[in-house]
Ligand binder design. Sequence first.
Ligand code: CMP
Length: 142
Amino acid sequence: MGNRTLAIIKPDAVKKNLIGQIIKKINEAGFNIKAMKMVRLNKDSAGGFYEVHKERPFFNNLVEFMSSGPCVPIVLEKDNAVADFRTLIGATDPAQADNGTIRKLFAESKSENVIHGSDSDENAALEISHFFSRKELLENYI
Ligand code: CMP
């Protein structure tokens, strides 16, 4: 079964039609998709998701950007999901990201960096609950 992490394909990547290419990389790296949707965050929801960064100088820009268009949250499962996904996406700043990582391939800047990945198992659980109900995670009924 493995562990879970939350990925978000961010609004810049959705606008550039990169959803398919990014999901292909994620699957090729051995992650299974457990739940996925396309949503547009409002500022309150984006601010709530990034609450831990609210004192940072980039917080307002981050909230503006994350609410600027639809994004695609995805629940992923794999052994060692959190750490392996952060390796796959690369450093926050694409200029510092390793070759072959998703940010190196597709991102243009530290603030518009195409993808998010949870940074701990505890935050993964919190972040998953921000986007997905128990019903969506366990049953997939509509
Ligand atoms: P993410 O992994 O989604 O988590 C916090 C986000 O803040 C990060 O990716 C970046 O996109 C964004 N961010 C914007 N500016 C900065 C910055 N100067 N330093 C770190 N993160 C930043």
